[in-house]
Design a binder for this molecule. Sequence first.
Ligand code: PMP
Length: 433
Amino acid sequence: MAHHGYERSEAMFAEALKVIPGGVNSPVRAFKSVGRNPVFIDRANGAYLYDVDGNRYIDYVQSWGPMIVGHNHPEVAEVLKAAVDRGTSYGAPTELETKLANMVLEAFPAMDKVRMVNSGTEATMSALRLARGFTGRSKIVKFEGCYHGHADSLLIKAGSGALTFGVPTSPGVPANIAANTITAPYNDLETLREIFAQVGSDIAAVIIEGVPGNMGVVPPRPGYLQGVRELTQEFGALLIFDEVMSGFRVAYGGAQSRYKIDPDITCLGKIIGGGLPVGAYGGKAEIMEKISPAGPIYQAGTLSGNPLAMTAGIATLNILKRPGTYDELEKKAAYLADGLAQAAQDAGVAVSTNRVGAMFTGFFTEQPVNDFASAFTSDTEAFATYFRAMLDRGVYLACSQFEAAFMSLAHTQEDLDATIAAARESFQVVAES
Ligand code: PMP
């Protein structure tokens, strides 16, 4: 396809910069870490994004995960259009909410009840309050490299040396809140055991990504999640599985079905909204019954359970639950990840690939990546060069080394082969840079 340049995107970005901080409504979109300005999107269909200059991209960002059935899927678009005709928000109960709740509970047997919210951030933030309210404890444990949205308690990194004091990763997060978040290395059961030995009776919950995708894809080591589950149980802490990314992505029942883990609370987002703003948190009945108005722990939302969002979510899950869906996603993701790895090798570029189901990351490093430290051995300059070369060749990747690529049902064999062909050229650009 002929390339039309980026003139209109550049002009729109210049205008956006005047009125929106950094020109974007979510930081990673700004393409800062890949050393260029973002492209502005005009529309999307199937596996493709179309920018305002008329360029077409094969899309592996998928709106950061939700568009797993493809953009503008006719079965989703049709019911959404009909839903608009019935009014866009009531702030009162609808049967749609019960329907989506039932679909979620059916997919995730660890949940007895579920509450809808509007984003992944809201889901994890609410799950933490619930865990603290339920246990009467204040500390939480999170893992280095796992992202759970931007609530104060979760924008925390490990403090130097001390196991038990977190440090804010953003100005504006009070130190006394950071002090209640302990950050542990991922995939390291020994350190977690030490933390529990020291302060286990103060820990309300451990929160973990089902499959971490926010340092790039880093699968749990065999037995690791089981170990985390056992430790939390032993000390009476809750296990919160953040499946905002992995839910309905690595399997219909998420990472917990793949790895056979029974968490106390699960957080969802992205896919369950089918591209509209939705999050959810759910868990065991005795825990969920503590949420207002059933119980005393407060959490609310003007637009929660919004009829358009529920409609898009239900339609998306209806497509996903058909037999063969996840086999198809897995096969296509494996084909592409293997093809890209081969292309890198042929160009003499060191890439270490991790994949779980329909999400994967190629890290520009020789090392196997199994935690935050090994992910950070990646050559982010090489990634940036690769990213820009792929963009120029009509492939839209996540604009950071530390993100996942997502496969959708809409990607065709032709799309995958075109992507690998673009990658062959792009790795060559990296090798020559
Ligand atoms: N948890 C995980 C695992 C995520 O990947 C994300 C978003 N990428 C969030 C939480 C936050 O979700 P949101 O951006 O919808 O607030």
